[in-house]
Design a protein around this ligand. Structure first.
Ligand SMILES: Nc1ncnc2c1ncn2[C@@H]1O[C@H](COP(=O)(O)OP(=O)(O)OP(=O)(O)O)[C@@H](O)[C@H]1O
Ligand SMILES: [Mg+2]
Length: 278
């Protein structure tokens, strides 16, 4: 399978004698060309799982298990065994992450052009001119209007939805095979949320990306994810095809999350669903 394979992932913080156990043996597959949803209440360990994949867990964390990455640049058996230097090289190049607040991954005083091209020049070893052409193509791909002008601007000159598109373009600038999207629409106006979700679906299908979509929102899950994993207290309590998880949840906990939804949207919003034919 190309993509990410997380097996028995554990994460502990604090003193060894009195550890705070954050992840208790997580198994998740994030295959290329599909969106893997990761749901669960606040504090269940969703963000920590994403950060562990990026090698960005809090200092002093003790990690166990394995995270295998199989992509166009080859296979890494276990990211957790990489030396810091190798992990730094891989982060941003093979695995990239976007966050709830797009400004968190953007520098306020640097033009969009530089923020888009710096990573490309570093990771892809291309010239400034090539990088600029790619930057324009990427902004077109994420549907930022007037890319040539947008390159000259600074983050504060864009709306939240446009900034999230730009953050996605930056995340994709080094052609990663895995994208972790941690609550990418939670901070956005409802009117722009669907557009960002639709974009993630298009990018997933068009670029054969493996997307891990973290959200506490089962409504978003049911509309967008191919498979859904539900976590609670650092454990996986439910995993499966989105239809199975939403319609016939096996765990009482998942059922309680579904019952708490104001209304489960139909899983077939045009342009959002995958290629399956349920
Ligand atoms: N830097 C940190 N140091 C110590 N504990 C932390 C740190 N960050 C998070 N935690 C703890 O790790 C656990 C999992 O947190 P995590 O942020 O992964 O949850 P989450 O599922 O992403 O929640 P949310 O839906 O609120 O984003 C929580 O108990 C949290 O308190
Ligand atoms: Mg989180």
């Amino acid at each position: 399978m190309t993509g990410l394979q997380i097996r028995g992932l554990t994460l502990e913080l604090g003193a060894r004698a009195t550890p705070k156990v954050i992840l208790r043996g997580i198994d998740i597959d994030v295959p290329a060309g599909s969106i893997t949803g990761l749901a669960g209440e606040s504090g269940s360990g969703k963000t920590m799982t994403g950060l562990a994949v990026m090698g960005l867990q809090p200092a002093g964390s003790r990690l166990g298990g394995s995270i295998a990455l199989d992509g166009p640049r080859g296979r890494v058996e276990n990211l957790l065994h990489l030396k810091p230097r190798a992990m730094n090289a891989l982060r941003g190049r093979d695995v990239a992450m976007i966050f709830q607040d797009p400004t968190a991954s953007l520098h306020p005083m640097i033009t969009i052009e530089r923020q888009l091209t710096d990573g490309m020049k570093h990771h892809l070893r291309i010239t400034g001119r090539e990088a600029k052409e790619r930057a324009i193509a990427l902004l077109e791909r994420v549907k930022v209007p007037d890319p040539a002008t947008a390159l000259k601007k600074y983050p504060h000159q864009f709306s939240g939805g446009q900034l999230q598109r730009i953050a996605i373009a930056i995340a994709l600038s080094s052609e990663p095979s895995v994208l972790i999207a941690d609550e990418p629409t939670t901070a956005l106006d409802v009117t722009v949320q669907a557009g960002i979700l639709r974009l993630l679906r298009e990018l997933c299908d068009g670029l054969d990306l493996a997307i891990l979509l973290v959200t506490h929102d089962l409504g978003v899950m049911s509309a967008l994810a191919d498979t859904v994993t539900v976590m609670r207290f650092g454990e996986v309590v439910e995993q499966g095809d989105r239809y199975q998880v939403i319609r016939e949840p096996r765990s009482d906990y998942t059922r309680s999350l579904i019952d708490a939804l104001p209304r489960v949207p139909t899983p077939d919003i045009p342009g959002l669903s995958g290629t399956d034919t349920h």
